[in-house]
Design a protein around this ligand. Structure first.
Ligand code: NAP
Length: 273
């Protein structure tokens, strides 16, 4: 049995679908089982209950463990869980430079490593789903407002992250590995806005805000700590005019090329139109 935390999340939902389509037994955790809309045949349980009976491998999404793992890893061992796959972050590679996103994921990775459980830590860079934050404005005005129009990223499709995570849960080849995961191309924010426009048959323009104005908008979100906003702004500033890192790992692990941002935009066009 595979236990998936954050099962309604960007990646978790696709990990559940991938395992279920392979005929695997899946227990999906969510805070609200009644509204989870998970595939038929998947056992759905409350995150607060965390039932570990019969579980051999666990997928951990750090978003669920904002206050840390507590005694979870000990409980996993006591229940005979063999393997933990945690959705980490490419920012972990810069954690020693006091990048707070990387620091948090690296601390969680180290806690799991020390537990004695088998582990795998897929480390994705920027999710293509981050652009869903643009959807309301694109629908209303056909524009996006944000900082650093020319910042270069290699946004990754959440289904590619999920495919790697499913492989890490079910096979042995990624045990003890931290594969960096990215999309297949370096794109600016302005390129991403344009490609969303192409997917919905509309001109979508990226209007550049000053870093100060962008910071103020980011802090309007009550879930955005100032240290994270500052770290993101710094990362984007550094990536202006610098092609983003492209990892070959999605293709190596899954056997198919990483999906492009244009494919992602086509898959999600209804959310922007
Ligand atoms: N966004 C990026 O570009 C990026 C890049 C690299 C790494 N990451 C990392 O990837 C991870 C996933 O991020 P995400 O934003 O995409 O998350 P997400 O998958 O959207 O959220 C995961 C799920 O966790 C559950 N959840 C959220 N808050 C919770 C809480 N306080 N307690 C219990 N359950 C909670 C929710 O499910 P229910 O409502 O069903 O309970 C939610 O659907 C994070 O660690 C993030 O740092 C993100």
């Amino acid at each position: 049995m595979f236990l998936i935390t954050g099962a309604t999340g960007n990646v978790g939902r696709h990990v559940v679908a991938e395992l279920a389509s392979q005929g695997r037994k899946v227990r999906a955790l969510t805070r609200d089982p009644a509204s989870a809309r998970l595939p038929a045949g998947v056992e759905v349980a409350a995150t607060a209950d965390f039932p570990l009976d019969g579980v051999t491998a666990v997928f951990l999404n750090p978003a669920v463990f904002y206050t840390g793992f507590g005694d979870l890893l000990e409980r996993c061992r006591a229940h005979g869980v063999r393997r933990v796959v945690m959705l980490s972050s490419l920012a972990s590679e810069q954690a020693e430079d006091s990048n707070p996103i990387g620091r948090r994921h690296l601390d969680l990775e180290r806690e799991i490593e020390a537990s004695g459980l088998e582990w795998s830590f897929p480390r994705p860079g920027a999710f293509a789903t981050n652009t869903l934050g643009w959807a309301d404005r694109i629908r209303a005005t056909g524009t996006v407002r944000g900082p650093y129009a020319d910042a270069q990223l290699s946004p990754i499709h959440e289904r590619d992250i999920a495919a790697v995570c499913a492989r890490a849960l079910t096979g042995d080849d990624l045990v003890g590995e931290r594969p960096p995961l990215t999309g297949p191309e370096s794109l600016t924010f302005a390129d991403q806005a344009r490609l969303i426009g192409k997917a919905i048959g509309k001109d979508v323009r990226y209007e550049e805000l000053s870093p100060e104005a962008a910071r103020a908008e980011m802090l309007g979100n009550p879930h955005m700590p100032p240290a994270i906003a500052d770290s993101l702004l710094e990362m984007w500033a550094e990536s202006v005019g610098r092609p983003a890192f492209i990892s070959p790992e999605v293709e190596r692990i899954t056997g198919r090329p990483a999906r492009t941002f244009a494919e992602w935009a086509a898959d999600n066009a209804d959310l922007f139109a």
